[in-house]
Design a binder for this molecule. Structure first.
Ligand code: 13P
Length: 248
């Protein structure tokens, strides 16, 4: 069985002091985890986190990248820069960026290309809004979002991580049921299978109010290969509990 991936998305949270306390707490509680654990942190803390994660127990991740390699793009951060800080993963196309920064499917696909070319694993987020779910468009929406990434990246698609994050479940305390999540993950797996012979290798992780109480059931589903955890990743015990569910 392939190792599960539990990635924390700290979003725009943290401080030098809080990051250190949280990370030291996690390292003390993790021991030698049997799943992959990554912390996706605000870019300004990458240097601090590179240092704190130097023992290699957890991997370092960022929350966004530029589609460009370098140049006159004020405020943007390149893959090459992230690499200098030991970044292994980058979240791309999170719904908060699609919503608040108008990131299109095409832009997300180009960012994925840039990450792959720079040797960083993109965690590509897809997911439907509540209105889209209620209109019966869930499958159509997630397939369209993933199709753009597949189209732009060809056989390299086997090197990505996909995160299914139903927008209505993010930060709301409403989790997709294990069945609802598994159904969408199975659709995404089939779509990947049509694009690459190595679809089994692509982790498809779930995100959206994953917590210590619901993680075990979600992670027990056939096509759920891990989690992308927001709020619960900011609390040592909650995040450790989720990791321990994935390590079984
Ligand atoms: P919550 O776990 O806070 O719902 O956030 C999920 C998420 O958006 C992770 O990227």
């Amino acid at each position: 069985m392939k190792k599960k991936l539990i990635a924390a998305n700290w979003k725009m949270n943290g401080s030098l002091q809080a990051n250190e306390a949280l990370t030291r707490g996690l390292i003390a509680g993790l021991g030698a985890p049997t799943c992959e654990v990554a912390l996706c942190v605000p870019a300004v803390y990458l240097a601090q986190m590179q240092d704190l994660l130097s023992d290699g127990t957890m991997s370092l991740g960022a929350q966004d990248i530029s589609e460009h390699e370098a140049g006159a793009y004020t405020g943007e951060i390149s893959t090459t820069m992230l690499r200098e800080f030991g970044v292994r993963y980058v979240i791309v196309g999170h719904s908060e960026r699609r919503q608040y920064h108008a990131e299109s499917d095409a832009l997300v696909a180009r960012k994925v290309q840039r990450a792959l070319a720079g040797g960083i694993t993109p965690i590509v987020c897809v997911g439907e809004t509540l209105a889209q779910r209620e209109a019966g468009q869930t499958v159509e929406v997630v397939k369209r979002q993933l199709a753009a990434v597949i189209h732009a990246n060809g056989h390299c698609i086997s090197e990505i991580v996909v995160a299914y994050e139903p927008v209505w479940a993010i930060g709301t305390g409403k989790t997709a049921s294990a069945e609802q999540a598994q159904q969408v993950h199975a659709v995404l797996r089939l779509q990947l299978q049509a694009a690459t012979a190595h679809a089994e290798r692509v982790p498809i992780v779930y995100g959206g109010s994953m917590n210590a109480a619901n993680a075990a059931e979600l992670l027990a589903q056939a096509d759920i290969d891990g989690g992308l955890v927001g709020g619960a990743s900011l609390k040592v015990q909650d995040f450790l509990s989720i990791v321990s569910c994935a390590a079984q």
